[in-house]
Design a protein around this ligand. Structure first.
Ligand code: CP
Length: 302
């Protein structure tokens, strides 16, 4: 049984296969969907807030012809009455054929997989990882740079909260499977990328300078993760530290793209949305074909 728990479980061959399957799902979506998962049920367990991940998982299952059962608020879950995660998972895996789970604790998805009799997909575990987001981010780069992906050097510059930003942890891990990605990490010292995700060839800095903006092919901006700080005062120190406005984005190459896993708070102004570099809404849409591909893989349908 295949679970999706971490970006570390993928190698280049499995990533290329997933990208190819996501492209096929894009074509299926253009025709309105398929029914290869008819009779299958996705259990969507979301114990932290989500818009994109939950809705795109649910859309993906519905577009494959399957059905969905959901827990969308931990306050209405028996977890609030003291039920432990292993019990919840043992039970839900008796109802559903596959589970997508988001929780606030790093390692919860791996714990769920130990007790599940069906595949578990990590939809974000605290400040740990968000591998399905990393895969849709990788698919976005693959689609936006069809002639350069894995062929020519591309500078990927991550900006923002790289300590708590779980999507960064997953995407940088996935990119290391390919040739030619030069990774650059711009963050306040206290929010820099954790050691375990670093490699010796990486570049690090704190200043979102004109040269950083001009050299990047891909800027991957992230929100300062207010919910992970020990106090509001600590969060306030970093809130608004980097803001992409039209002046900044116009310094990027015209061929470059600005990505963001969303939600954004104040780190990209709305005037940027109409600039050619703004790729974040296309990126969010890619969650559907990628999650269709992952559900189909995990259910053994492809
Ligand atoms: N990118 C992402 O995980 O968004 P949601 O928190 O809305 O699911």
């Amino acid at each position: 049984m295949e679970h999706i728990l971490s970006a570390q479980q993928f190698d280049k061959a499995s990533l290329l296969e997933t990208l190819d399957q996501a492209s096929k799902m894009d074509k299926i979506l253009a025709k309105g969907g398929s029914d290869i998962a008819r009779g299958k049920i996705l259990g969507a367990l979301f114990y932290e807030p989500s818009t994109r991940t939950r809705l795109s998982f649910e859309t993906a299952m519905l577009r494959l012809g399957g059905n969905v059962i959901s827990e969308t608020d931990v306050h209405f879950s028996s977890i609030t009455k003291g039920e432990v995660l292993p019990d919840t998972i043992r039970m839900v895996s008796g109802y559903a054929d596959i589970i997508a789970m988001r929780s606030k604790n790093k390692g919860d998805a791996a714990l769920a997989a130990e007790y599940s009799s069906v595949p578990v997909l990590n939809a974000g575990d605290g400040a740990g990882e968000h591998p399905t987001q990393g895969l849709l981010d990788l698919y976005t780069i693959y689609k936006e740079f069809p002639n350069k992906f894995d062929k020519e050097p591309l500078n990927v510059t991550f900006v923002g909260d790289l300590k708590y930003g779980r999507t960064v942890h997953s995407l940088c891990t996935l990119l290391r499977n390919f040739e030619g990605f030069k990774l650059n990490f711009i963050a306040p010292d206290a929010l820099q990328l954790p050691e375990k995700y670093r490699e010796s060839q990486d570049s690090f800095g704190e200043d979102l300078s004109s040269s950083v903006l001009q050299e990047a092919d891909i800027i991957y901006d992230t929100r300062i993760q207010s919910e992970r700080f020990e106090s509001q005062a600590e969060y306030e120190k970093y809130k608004g530290v980097y803001v992409f406005d039209a002046g900044k984005v116009n310094q990027m190459k015209s061929s470059a793209i600005l990505m963001h896993p969303l939600p954004r708070v104040n780190e990209i102004t709305q005037e940027v949305d109409t600039l050619p570099q703004a790729a974040y809404f296309r990126q969010a849409r890619n969650g559907v074909p990628v999650r269709m591909a992952l559900i189909a893989q995990c259910l053994g349908l492809v």
